[in-house]
Design a protein around this ligand. Structure first.
Ligand code: UD1
Length: 416
């Protein structure tokens, strides 16, 4: 079985470059379905999730080719609006094609993406939102089916600022005549990137990044070139790699504003973070302090950085407390970190961490994407050898993370 083998203990030093944001690329790829022209996306890493989305779009009839770090998308030949179970089960984000298909063709049939390791992850907010926009959406034989051509924009309110629902509803509303207002929208930077992408294709959307988004429907979308924003979660993972190894790393291609929720917390515990015009220098001091945090929708502390930050707190003497408010089952990394000697107690959504100045390498398994990242980070700190298996989760969201970490001094190898 393929594994990552890490010999911990080296302080990381040097420069590492962040790739384009997976969570911006996936909705933007779905939004490409709106265009009957050629769309070129640049800054696209080679990730499993992106391959799954490419497969999904290809099944619908899109023609996609990769040229270096770009994806070239031709949506002229879309001939199907139905996504079968074998593809939608592979990735929850495949349900993002529903909004674009409804907006362009007035019909979509998507197999349920099913459960996921970090919680039940329902799509009720997406479905309620489509219905509130004026589409007719119902469940049939394991599929979500949507149809209709709403005649007028409406005002809708999300019960919770779901990232995926906000993105899906922006796309679904983009062709509805008149003005659609989405209240209590998610404010993540990836939603701003989606808005920018759509507007450059011809949409009329304002407000992404705020909790009220205003969409004026348009009839047609053209082709464009778009460079995706840097991945704030990959950047955050490298920030913690510098902190946990008490290293000194320059991280290139970072949007300083997007990493503020994490940077503020890391500064609080004593990590030095110095932004420059081209990136971010991060220095992990030897005397870091414990802390408490709660995951929240953006601009709160990102749930996608919770496991990695917990790995760091496990190496800082004193008691830290983490509250996970976004996903009900996002502590799958805890038993694995415990195998490495971490002292973490979980009660419901609360985790109490008694930090130590030593962890020991062990054989551990990545249960999901960010849990995998947390284990890599713990392995960089731990004495002895850490062997991580189930790499398919890590490959979903990190491009060659072992090579990037190796380039800044980590002793890490990918073995068959
Ligand atoms: C996106 C990100 C994911 C990140 C998450 C939260 C992508 C591809 N993925 O996921 O990496 O962890 O945002 O920042 O961008 N919920 C419902 N009903 C719904 C929709 C969501 O109850 O219809 C719940 C979810 O189960 C979860 C919470 O709302 O508990 C947040 O989910 P959401 O913001 O929708 O996350 P995703 O878009 O799935």
């Amino acid at each position: 079985m393929e594994s990552l083998v890490i010999k911990g203990g080296s302080s990381l030093k040097g420069q590492v470059k962040v790739s384009g944001a997976k969570n911006a690329i996936l909705p933007i790829m779905a939004a490409s379905l709106l265009s009957a022209g050629e769309v070129v996306l640049s800054g696209v890493p080679d990730l499993e999730d992106i391959k799954v989305m490419s497969d999904a779009l290809t099944i619908l009839g899109a023609r996609i080719k990769r040229e270096a770090d770009s994806l070239v998308f031709d949506g002229r030949y879309i001939q199907s609006c139905e996504l079968p179970e074998n593809i939608s089960r592979k990735m929850r984000a495949s349900n993002l094609v529903m909004g674009a298909l409804l907006a362009r063709f007035g019909f979509a049939k998507i197999a349920y993406s099913g459960g996921c390791a970090i919680g039940s992850r329902p799509v009720d907010l997406h479905l309620k939102g489509f219905n509130n926009l004026g589409y007719k959406v119902y469940e049939k034989g394991g599929f979500m089916v949507g149809e209709g051509k709403p005649r007028m924009g409406r005002e809708i309110l999300l019960d919770f600022p779901s990232v995926g629902a906000t993105e899906n509803l922006i796309m679904a509303a983009s062709t509805i005549p008149g003005i659609t207002i989405i209240r209590n929208a998610a404010r993540e930077p990836e939603i701003i990137d989606l808005q920018n992408f759509l507007n450059r294709m011809g949409a009329k959307i304002r407000g992404a990044g705020l909790d009220l988004i205003r969409i004026e429907g348009v009839k047609q979308f053209g082709g464009i070139n778009h460079v995706v924003i840097p991945d704030r979660i990959e950047a955050g993972t490298f920030m913690i790699a510098a902190a946990i190894t008490r290293g000194d790393v320059f991280i290139e291609n970072v949007a300083n504003e997007h990493i503020q929720p994490l940077a503020a917390k890391l500064r609080e515990i004593g990590v030095e973070i110095m932004p420059t015009s081209t990136g971010l220098r991060v220095i992990g001091s030897r005397c870091l302090r414990p802390t408490d945090f709660k995951t929240m929708p953006y601009p709160g502390f990102p749930t996608d950085m919770q496991p990695q930050t917990m790995a760091l707190l496990s190496t800082i003497k004193g008691t830290s407390v983490v509250v996970e408010t976004i996903f009900e089952n996002r502590y799958m990394h805890v038993p694995e970190l415990r195998r490495m000697g971490a002292e973490i107690k979980v009660e419901g959504r609360v985790a109490i961490i008694k930090g130590k100045d030593q962890l020991e390498g062990a054989s551990v398994e990545a249960s999901d994407l960010r849990a995998g990242a947390a284990l890599i980070l713990a392995g960089l700190f731990a004495g002895g050898e850490t062997r991580i298996t189930n790499l398919r989760h890590i490959d979903r969201g990190y491009e060659n993370i072992h090579l990037k970490l190796k380039s800044i001094g980590a002793d890490i190898q990918r073995k068959l």
